[in-house]
Design a protein around this ligand. Structure first.
Ligand code: FAD
Ligand code: PYC
Length: 402
């Protein structure tokens, strides 16, 4: 049956690294690939390499639960995520690659009076920013999600609903950006870990890699959970903690859930993939670490929460479980920034919520690297905010327990 699939053309080249590039992007996840694509497409820069220590999209890009929404509280973040949402809406056409963006709606449940107040406040703030959002009563929730048990241990009192939110196919996002960037001349170099950052006189000169030294006057780091490790190579300390975040999927079922349901209070979220699996995620592991593994305690606590809300799923079998390493910042917002070292840029701190931001993050980071200055949309997200105190607290809208 698979014999017809043997001679598929490669979607991107596998070049040997050159001695020098104008820009080296460190990290071949969705964000790094999107950055390289927009550098080439929007800024006409062609001499670019993406260096990836493993394989394209093998990090958090391939490990997340693919939820996309833009319903953040503060103006700064909602505008950044909404830019991303607008890019998602045209992404399959832009890349000529079906990223399976499915706007099936995202529901954030409220289980306490404080949840209700916070959620309604967020919906109002979103609407002032031109972002869709509505409050659902329990009866309206039941209409959209017949399988839900509203009268669970922490009764469901209502929910926010962003109808333009939804899910996308994570691998396709990485592959689509990789192919499009490659066609614009970007060299994507897999199995090429960066092991050092060479600096002279306060400026970047290039990167040490497993495959030798590469000269570059600009180095743009997009390494998610390993950002602090790379910052350390340059003598920088980032205000980030790396935590595992776990998810699991069930055996495939017939269609039973056609929207996304998230509950911060009980630490679980669920959707059904187009293949039929229930895709389930948890709150972050409380300890820091770099192990991309699942653990037993989490299966128990997360599935308890899911079965409380969806008793009908109690006998569904789980197929696979894994972890990714998320880079959590003190205000649950990203860092998209120049640094005190000329030519060194960081895009990190997306924590539990960066998949939805992939296109927008790449777009603003490309602007920042090309112009050596932030775009209006990412100016509030500089490293400097941890000195000035202008934090943008999005722990509520992060919607994943921290
Ligand atoms: P990655 O895909 O991790 O890319 C970083 C890359 O850098 C990796 O490929 C890594 O190998 C590479 N790298 C690291 N060190 C080096 C080095 N020294 N040299 C070269 N390369 C290096 N977000 C949402 O918006 N919605 C969700 O539903 C959601 N669910 C999640 C569920 C889980 C279980 C997890 C783990 C995360 C979830 N997230 C979600 C968060 C989201 O996945 C991340 O914020 C986002 O994918 C980060 O994107 P990235 O491209 O920067 O990361
Ligand atoms: O940010 O929407 C999100 C999210 C969902 C699951 C993990 N993060």
């Amino acid at each position: 049956g698979f014999s017809n699939h043997e001679r598929w053309p490669r979607a991107w080249r596998s070049p040997e690294p050159r001695r020098a590039y104008d820009i080296v992007v460190v990290g071949g996840g969705g964000h790094g690939l999107a950055t390289a694509y927009y550098l080439a497409k929007e800024h006409g820069l062609k001499n670019i390499a993406v260096l990836e220590k493993g394989w394209v999209g093998g990090g958090n890009t391939a490990r997340n639960t693919t939820i996309v929404r833009s319903n953040y509280l503060w103006d700064e973040s909602s505008q950044l995520y909404e830019k991303s949402m607008q890019l998602w809406e045209g992404l399959s056409q832009e890349l000529n690659y079906n990223v399976m963006f499915s706007q099936r709606g995202v529901m954030n449940l409220a289980h306490t009076l404080q949840d209700v107040r916070d959620t309604k406040r967020r919906i109002t703030a979103n609407r002032y920013n031109g972002i869709d959002g509505e409050w659902l009563t329990p009866a309206q929730i039941k209409e959209i999600v017949p399988a839900i048990n509203l009268d669970c241990r922490y009764p469901v009192l209502g929910a926010s609903f962003q109808r333009r939110g939804g899910v996308a196919r994570h691998d396709a996002v990485a592959w689509g950006y990789a192919r499009a960037a490659d066609r614009l001349g970007v060299d994507i170099i897999e199995n090429c870990a960066v092991t050092g950052i060479r600096r002279e006189d306060g400026e970047v000169r290039g990167v040490e890699t497993e495959r030798g030294f590469i000269l570059a006057p600009k180095v743009a780091v997009v390494a998610a959970g390993h950002s602090s490790v790379i910052a350390d190579m340059a003598g920088l300390r980032l205000p980030l903690e790396s935590h595992p975040l776990q998810a699991l999927v069930s055996e495939p079922l017939k269609p039973v859930l056609d929207t996304v349901v998230m509950s911060n209070a009980v630490h679980a979220y669920i959707s059904q993939s187009d293949k039929g699996d229930l895709v389930i995620g948890a709150g972050i592991d409380q300890y820091v670490g770099y192990g991309q593994r699942g653990s037993f305690h989490l299966i128990e606590s997360t599935l308890q929460a899911i079965v409380e809300m969806f008793p009908a799923f109690s006998r569904v079998r789980m197929n696979r479980q894994w972890g990714g390493i998320v880079d959590v910042s003190p205000d649950a917002c990203p860092v998209i920034s120049t640094t005190p070292i000329k030519g060194l840029y960081f895009n990190c701190g997306w924590g539990t919520g960066g998949f939805k931001a992939t296109p927008g993050s790449g777009w603003v980071f490309a602007y920042t690297v090309a112009n050596n200055a932030p775009h209006r949309l990412n100016a509030p997200f500089s490293l400097n905010r941890f000195h000035t105190g202008h934090l943008i607290d999005e722990h509520g809208a992060a919607a994943v327990a921290h």
